[in-house]
Write a protein that binds this ligand. Structure first.
Ligand code: AHM
Ligand code: MG
Length: 320
């Protein structure tokens, strides 16, 4: 039987690629590996547990109602990151402010602990998105400066998709690798080494319900996709739409609308980590005019329009 490489083995084998101290990366990723398995367990039995399903009653800073699983995932990731010691502060889509650990850790994390929350109750794929930065401030506590770094400063980024199977996909700037959870042994195994996204694709993913709210250039682009008889595929879970397009070739777009002039998605938790991954896989990501990774964040929960996926398709959308 061929040897199956586990995520833990792979991280150890590749840790020399990590710019900073050997061993730090594996410690950093351990929290996500472990929390991912635990969230997966809860997601899988969500339909069974009355107290897990349904709204928690509280609203997050964007005014959206939080589901119980969001809160569970957020608490879990924060607890594991805190206990593991490498990370001194976290900015989460589910917390209004920075969460400080006061432990002198050299890294900060931004994350969307459970993205696609409207899909939890209906048994549709959801995901976790994370990104890791080296701390730049020098005082006792991390500061906003640590989180206001451009996407180019990410030292690692990844997502976990809780789908028909559960996968963890990450990059440290040396390509993208994907690991599938074998539920029978509870281990992520290397299933998608060195992932590359096709330069062209036949899928466009957009919430067309907003069509008349989009800029005429975006409307024209969507029209063009139809004239070329491309396939429309939209799950409404960014991680799932992104993952499918990464594998098959396609474009995901969440443009500005009149209701959300900066689009809906968050730069720190969604756009930057996925932009880093897509570029590492040979694709592209922009906000319509500027490369996502070059944007200078000015606030934690900042939103930005997002055009992401196959290189030629993203470039085509920019020219529309
Ligand atoms: P969330 O972070 O509150 O879950 O919202 C983000 C989600 C993305 O996963 C998805 O691509 C998008 O919102 C869908 O938005 P819409 O329902 O407007 O199409
Ligand atoms: Mg989200």
């Amino acid at each position: 039987m061929a040897h199956v490489k586990t995520l833990a083995e792979f991280i150890t084998e590749r840790q020399h690629e990590f710019t900073y101290a050997t061993g730090e990366l594996s410690q950093l990723l351990t929290s996500f590996r472990l929390a991912g398995k635990m969230v997966n367990r809860e997601v899988n039995k969500a339909g069974l547990a009355e107290d897990i399903l349904g709204a928690q009653g509280s609203e997050n800073i964007q005014g959206e109602q939080q589901q119980k699983l969001d809160v569970y995932a957020n608490d879990l990731f924060i607890r594991l990151l805190r206990s593991q010691g490498m990370v001194c502060a976290v900015a989460s889509e589910e917390n209004d402010d920075i969460v400080h650990f006061d432990n002198g850790g050299k890294y900060v994390v931004t994350m969307d602990p459970l993205d696609g929350s409207s899909n939890i109750d209906v048994n549709v794929s959801i995901g976790t998105i994370f990104s890791i930065y080296r701390r730049v401030s020098t005082g006792d506590k991390a500061t906003m400066e640590d989180f206001m770094q451009p996407g180019t400063a990410q030292v690692a980024a990844g997502y976990i998709i809780y789908g028909s199977s559960t996968m963890l996909v990450y990059t440290t700037g040396h390509g993208v690798n994907g690991f599938t959870l074998d539920p029978s042994i509870g281990t992520f195994c290397l299933s998608h080494p060195d992932m590359k996204t096709p330069a062209d694709g036949k899928i466009f993913s957009v919430n067309e319900g907003n069509l008349y709210d989009f800029d005429p250039a975006v409307q024209r682009y969507i029209d063009d996709c139809k004239k070329q008889k491309m396939s429309a595929r939209y799950i409404g879970s960014l991680v799932a739409d992104f993952h499918r397009n990464l594998m098959k070739g396609g474009i995901y777009l969440y443009p500005a609308t009149s209701k959300s002039p900066q689009g809906k998605l968050r730069l720190l938790y969604e756009a930057n980590p996925l932009a880093y991954l897509v570029e590492q896989a040979g694709g592209a990501a922009t906000n319509g005019t500027t490369r996502i990774l070059d944007l200078m964040p000015t606030e934690l929960h900042q939103r930005c329009p997002l055009y992401i996926g196959s290189k030629n398709m993203v470039e085509g959308a920019m020219k529309a």
